[in-house]
Design a protein around this ligand. Structure first.
Ligand SMILES: Cc1cc2nc3c(=O)[nH]c(=O)nc-3n(C[C@H](O)[C@H](O)[C@H](O)COP(=O)(O)O)c2cc1C
Length: 452
């Protein structure tokens, strides 16, 4: 089934695998995508994935998170992005652009700035965002955010992309509003289950007006927040306590998903957890060294960031490791069972995300109707030719992704690639692989295409 085509609205996919969002420092300082962005995306397209969902591209001009990540907050970003879109499409690969806004989870910044604290409510969150506190947005700021998404949606269409995905997951701004452990507003954007959905609803309505009715729009949605993971401290405590501890559960999200269907969205992209990175969204190990690097890289910005980095620096690793690994473990196809519920409840096409790597497991997931398509990120970074191996009947590559999670933790700082030295014969070999990802000359891929 994995090699059977699938259609979402008017979009035909040649098989059932899409490359999931992989964000990295592949843009110029202002957020304009560079040739590195294009070459990175092209490599997946040339290796047979049916579609690519872009990195989360920021709709907010101020919140560049992290530095040198792509933006779509201005018309000038359209043309360079459209070149990458075209390059990917030339491989019979669909390109879906995901847009988002990190809000109070903004990972880092050139200088500390108040915009990076903006969220639904004022709150302290130790693990996510560099600002000391998230600060409640005014109604005007919320309206501006809706407009940012709508304008970015229009630009997505102008790039020639095949579809648009709005991220309501990853702990980013829409997710902050949806999450009852975070959103304590008492206006039309919070205070009840329905009102927490208001921001997402306004964004979808406004964006749809700009993209037109015939343009596929999908929503990346967490299937359950698991607010208690990873180990974190969020204050003040919200009541009822279960909201603060769990966030939205799968039953809550199933209701939201039905509302999304009523709003006319075309597919759901289902993952898990709250915050980037988190153990349910990136099932695997906790990347202690890489998180230390990241927290240290922004410790100069605020007192919270400084304390966070200092704790990791001074507490011995034999104590830190077991504590920080709480909840972190690899679970194959972690969202598959929940995806099935979303498929059944809404009847919408569903892409399942998280922990897929083996041919047989993916095949089983598709055949048992748990998902229509499967999205992968880390396994494709580890073995970009994975789909070609699947075609030969190989269940799992010789050197599979180990789910060490060094790659997502490194992404705000380092070039994209696999950082698990155990998968390479030498450091030089690992480094060569990293350097090749974005610097691959276009001509080489083009000649490979001609040969095949
Ligand atoms: C290096 C890296 C960068 C990522 N960047 C993004 C991103 O920009 N937006 C997003 O929604 N998810 C991002 N993710 C999450 C992946 O899209 C995916 O959901 C996650 O890695 C779990 O899938 P996997 O088990 O196939 O890796 C990133 C993951 C990795 C490894």
């Amino acid at each position: 089934m994995i090699f059977e085509p699938f259609t979402i609205r008017n979009l035909n996919f040649k098989n059932r695998i899409v490359r999931s969002s992989i964000g990295g420092r592949t843009s110029f300082y202002d957020g304009t995508v560079s040739t590195a962005f294009k070459n990175f995306e092209k490599k997946f397209a040339a290796n047979d994935v049916a579609g690519i969902i872009s990195a989360t591209i920021s709709v907010n001009d101020k919140r560049t998170s992290p530095m040198e990540y792509p933006k779509l907050s201005h018309d000038r970003f359209v043309k360079p992005l459209s070149e990458a879109v075209k390059a990917v499409q030339s491989y019979d690969c669909r390109y879906i652009i995901q847009i988002g806004d990190t809000g109070g989870h903004t990972h880092t910044s050139l200088f500390r700035q108040p915009e990076d604290a903006k969220s639904c409510s004022t709150m302290f969150d130790f693990a996510y965002g560099y600002q000391n506190r998230m600060i409640k947005m005014t109604t005007e700021e919320i309206e501006e955010t809706v407009l940012n998404f709508a304008e970015a949606g229009r630009r997505v269409r102008e790039t020639g992309a095949d579809g648009l995905e709005i991220t309501a997951s990853k702990g980013y701004i829409i997710h902050q509003f949806l999450n009852p452990g975070i959103n304590s507003r008492k206006d039309k954007y919070g205070g009840s289950f329905d009102k927490r959905f208001q921001l997402l609803e306004e964004i979808i309505r406004a964006t749809r007006k700009k993209t037109g009715n015939d343009f596929p729009i999908g929503i990346r949605l967490s299937s359950s927040d698991y607010n208690y993971l990873p180990l974190n401290l969020r204050l003040p405590v919200r009541f009822p306590l279960k909201n603060w501890y769990f966030g939205n559960t799968v039953n809550d999200y199933l209701i939201y998903a039905k509302k999304l269907k009523e709003l006319g969205i075309d597919y759901l992209h289902i993952d898990m957890g709250y915050g980037f990175i988190n153990p349910k969204g990136n099932p695997g190990k906790f990347p202690l060294h890489e998180m230390k690097m990241f927290y240290n890289s922004n410790r100069h910005l605020t007192a919270k960031a400084w304390i966070r980095a200092s704790l990791l620096n001074v507490i011995p690793e034999f104590i830190l490791n077991p504590i920080m690994n709480t909840g972190w473990k690899y679970i194959q196809g972690i969202s598959a069972d929940y995806s099935k519920l979303f498929k059944e409840e809404t009847g919408l096409p569903v892409i399942a995300n998280g922990g897929f790597q083996e041919l047989n497991f993916i095949e089983q997931t598709l055949q048992s109707g748990k998902a229509d398509m499967v999205a992968m990120a880390r396994p494709l970074l580890a073995n970009v030719n994975l789909i070609k191996l699947f075609r030969k009947g190989i269940n799992i590559p010789d050197k599979p992704c180990t789910h060490c999670n060094k790659c997502p933790a490194r992404t705000p700082l380092s070039p994209l690639g696999c950082y698990d030295i155990s998968r390479f014969n030498s450091q030089d070999e690992m480094e060569a692989q990293i350097m090749e990802w974005s610097a691959l000359p276009d001509e080489r891929l083009d000649s490979e295409k001609e040969k095949s």
